[in-house]
Design a protein. Structure first.
Length: 180
C-alpha cells in the first residue's frame, strides 16, 4: 500500500486515540508513550512475521501484542489493539503513532523541526532559526540538527510535511532539471 494511503487509513484511528487522550489529565503523555511502543513493536521484523501468520486469529494477534507489551499498555490501549486487530489494521500502528504525535503537537502548539546542514550549526544560529520559526509558525519550536556534508553548503529544513531545501546540492539539482 502507498504511504499516502496508509496515512489516510491511519488518521481516524489517531484521532480516536487523541480524543480519548484529551479527556484525562495525563492522557496525552500516556497515549503518546503507548502508541510509540506499539508502533516500534509492530515495526520489528519478528513481530510482523508473527502477526502475518495466516493461522493467527484476530484475538490471537491482539493477545500476542498485549502479552508482548504487558504493563506498557493500559485497558484503553488493549481495547484499541483489539479494534485494530478486528479490522486487520495492526500494521498501521507506526502510522497511527505518527499521526497522533502531529495532533498532540498541534494541540500543544509545538512543532518539531529538523535542520540538516552541510556544516555544524552553532548555538546562536540554532537560536536565531528557532526564534524565526517561532515567530512565523506561532508555535514552540523543538529544533534538532544534523550534519550532511554531501549538501555542499546551505541547509534543508523539515517541519512536519514542509521541506525547505536551501542546500547547494538542492539548487544544483533544480538547475540541472531546468536545463534538461
Amino acid at each position: 500500500m502507498a504511504e499516502a494511503e496508509l496515512t489516510t487509513i491511519a488518521r481516524p484511528y489517531a484521532r480516536a486515540a487523541f480524543a480519548s487522550a484529551v479527556e484525562t489529565k495525563s492522557g496525552l503523555v500516556k497515549w503518546s508513550k503507548m502508541l510509540a511502543i506499539l508502533g516500534s513493536a509492530v515495526s520489528e521484523a519478528v513481530v510482523m512475521q508473527k502477526l502475518d501468520d495466516p493461522r493467527l486469529t484476530t484475538e490471537d494477534a491482539a493477545g500476542f501484542l498485549e502479552d508482548l507489551l504487558g504493563v506498557d499498555v493500559n485497558s484503553e490501549g488493549r481495547n484499541f489493539i483489539n479494534v485494530l486487530a478486528q479490522y486487520g489494521r495492526l500494521e498501521l500502528l507506526p502510522n497511527i503513532a505518527h499521526q497522533y504525535e502531529l495532533l498532540k503537537a498541534d494541540h500543544e502548539k509545538t512543532i518539531n523541526v529538523e535542520v540538516i546542514s552541510a556544516y555544524k550549526v552553532t548555538k546562536s544560529e540554532e537560536k536565531q532559526l528557532s526564534d524565526a520559526l517561532h515567530a512565523r509558525l506561532q508555535r514552540d519550536v523543538s529544533l534538532t540538527t544534523k550534519v550532511d556534508e554531501t549538501l555542499l553548503g546551505g541547509a534543508v529544513i523539515k517541519a512536519e510535511d514542509t521541506v525547505i531545501d536551501g542546500s547547494i546540492l538542492g539548487k544544483l539539482r533544480k538547475l540541472s532539471q531546468a536545463l534538461q
